[in-house]
Design a binder for this molecule. Structure first.
Ligand SMILES: Cc1ncc(COP(=O)(O)O)c(C=O)c1O
Length: 373
């Protein structure tokens, strides 16, 4: 019965070759960052995106750092990032001793948008990181034209948006580099894991070297500059390859969950979701905005859901609210939309296995709670 069921916010889905491939790595002894699954996963990931290179990393945060480091972002540089995103987007810029400029989002699609980006460009701006938040593509074509006009690097943060498309082209293939995460709650998972994709040979080569301590490609154990150990393990890649083999069904099952939620909430004026401009969004984590209910009311609602065994998650807090982003000139104007949408929004359980009955149950509990908050 739904009443007894516990609904977590996310769950991985392993219905393919995950166990067989993982066992293979253990039996072969190739468990660290050398082994056939790494190359196969990289090749298949590149093929899926129709790009030349894919460089696997140990997680999505360092994929972003690797991309920025390979692009030469460094001290004194500014990088435009959304104020409304997961903290790693902004932190990756700081790992390069550069300044993330926290930029407001569009109130309808919740992503950074061309006008706000243009306002924040200065003589120090070197790059933009558009995030396709909650699986919803940012207006990447227009963002790319601004970037080309100002000669800026674009690193797309696609951590939550594997499989999403803009004008029938996959996100991550517009910018200079696209970065992905394979954390346990992502579209595909490797436990922890990440990937950088690019069509640029120079950036791919630089990322491969930096990922491996900066080791010279011709001369083993000779280092030309201080790099990192950002490598993915063969065990992670084995799971990743098995997951990628199922990408179409994983996405379509998530689409079904999205349409059940949309049906369940349809007609309720108070509840809004991201506008996806008729683009191919992916249902990473179904997130609703409760118009007019602010943070305390939203948190109250989350507590009520918890009493009914339903986990939920507050939307990301605006990055500029974190103590270590409050000084240092990271915002140029108050990001009003980021503040409002963050405080009014929450994510609901989104994982394969949720039935229409489960979703109706969850949506009914949300609607009941709204009437009493
Ligand atoms: C938008 C965004 N960027 C970056 C990351 C970082 O990925 P990871 O958790 O794999 O380090 C995440 C993952 O949670 C994310 O949601």
């Amino acid at each position: 019965m739904s009443d007894q069921k516990k609904f977590s916010i996310a769950r991985p889905s392993f219905n393919g070759n995950e166990k067989a491939y993982l066992l293979d790595t253990i039996e072969s002894g190739w468990i660290s960052s050398i082994g056939p699954y790494i190359e196969r996963f990289e090749q298949e990931f590149a093929r899926y995106h129709g790009v030349k290179h894919a460089v696997a990393t140990h997680n999505g945060t360092i994929a972003l750092h690797l991309a920025l480091a390979a692009a030469g972002i460094g001290p004194g540089d500014e990088v435009i990032v959304p104020d409304f995103t997961f903290i790693a987007t902004a932190n990756s810029v700081r790992y390069c001793q550069a300044a993330p400029i926290l930029t407001d989002i569009d109130p309808d699609d919740w992503n950074i948008f061309p006008e706000a980006i243009s306002e924040n460009i200065s003589s120090r701006t070197r790059a933009i990181i558009p995030v396709h938040l909650y699986g919803n593509p940012a207006r990447i074509r227009e963002i790319m034209s601004i970037a080309r006009k100002h000669d800026l690097i674009v690193v797309e943060d696609c951590a939550e948006a594997l499989g999403a498309e803009y004008d029938q082209k996959k996100v991550g293939t517009f910018g200079d580099i696209g970065c992905f995460s394979f954390f346990g709650n992502k579209i595909i998972t490797t436990g922890e894991g990440g990937m950088c994709i690019t069509n640029r040979d120079d950036l791919a080569e630089r990322m491969r070297i930096l990922r491996d301590h900066g080791m010279n490609r011709e001369k083993k154990y000779w280092y030309d500059f201080p790099g990192f150990n950002y490598r993915m393990t063969n065990m992670q890649a084995a799971v990743g390859l098995a997951q990628l083999e199922q990408i179409e069904s994983l996405l379509s099952e998530r689409d079904l969950i999205l349409s059940h939620y949309q049906d369940a909430f349809s007609g309720n004026q108070m509840i809004v979701t991201q506008d996806h401009h008729n683009q191919r969004n992916v249902n990473w984590m179904f997130t609703i905005r409760l118009k007019g209910i602010t943070e305390p009311g939203r948190d109250d609602l989350m507590n009520k859901l918890k009493e009914k065994q339903i986990d939920s998650r507050p939307a990301f807090y605006p990055i500029h609210r974190m103590s270590f982003y409050q000084t240092g000139g990271f915002i140029r104007s108050i990001p009003e939309n980021s503040i409002r949408i963050s405080s009014e929004s929450l994510s609901l359980p989104t994982y394969i296995g949720l039935t229409r009955e489960d979703i109706d149950y969850i949506a009914t509990r949300v609607k009941e709670a709204i009437h009493v908050v």
